[in-house]
Design a binder for this molecule. Structure first.
Ligand code: ZN
Length: 169
């Protein structure tokens, strides 16, 4: 394959990238869903996050140079653990309960940290097929990934929420 369709992942090691990662993302128009451009973007985001050079469990628009509300998340709560892509996503907590868990980020290479995240959330997003808003309740590790990726859409990095430490990976 030779990396066909892969996107460059922005990292905090580059000052221009670092500034871009702090931008607020904006929604897609419904008109942008039907013309194949979004489908191609979704394919490329999943190809990028699953490439052995990245090997992540999620990626957000700003990380591939796009200030748009879109995330790709590996659904560990579904059979086969598929990656799915969500435009115009928003999340809200369904509980006050938070738990700590280890996180890293493709845009912060070489670090990990313990972050507090809600255990149960509701996601809402625009279905690219029906153009309707879909809501779904998510819990556990998959909910952690959604919270991490949606932070990117607000210009927030997980290192803002914890003391990240250099890791061996
Ligand atoms: Zn990240």
């Amino acid at each position: 394959m030779g990396g066909e369709g892969l996107m460059r992942v922005l990292t905090v090691n580059n000052s221009a990238d670092s500034a871009f990662l702090r931008r607020q993302s904006v929604d897609f128009d419904k008109a942008e869903m039907g013309n194949g451009v979004f489908a191609r973007l979704a394919e490329r985001m999943v190809a990028t996050v699953t490439d052995p050079s990245q090997d992540g469990v999620g990626i957000a628009g700003p990380q591939v140079g796009l200030s748009r509300r879109v995330v790709a998340v590996q659904r560990f709560d579904k059979e086969g653990k598929p990656f799915e892509v969500y435009p115009n996503i928003r999340i809200k907590p369904l509980t006050d309960e938070m738990l700590p868990g280890g996180e890293g980020c493709l845009s912060v290479p070489g670090y990990r940290g313990q972050v507090m995240r809600y255990t149960d959330i509701e996601i809402s997003y625009l279905s690219p097929e029906t153009l309707e808003t879909v809501t779904e309740n998510i819990s556990g590790f998959t909910a952690v990934i959604f919270q991490h990726e949606c932070d990117h859409l607000e210009g927030i990095l997980y290192v803002d929420r914890c003391d990240a430490q250099p890791s061996s990976r």
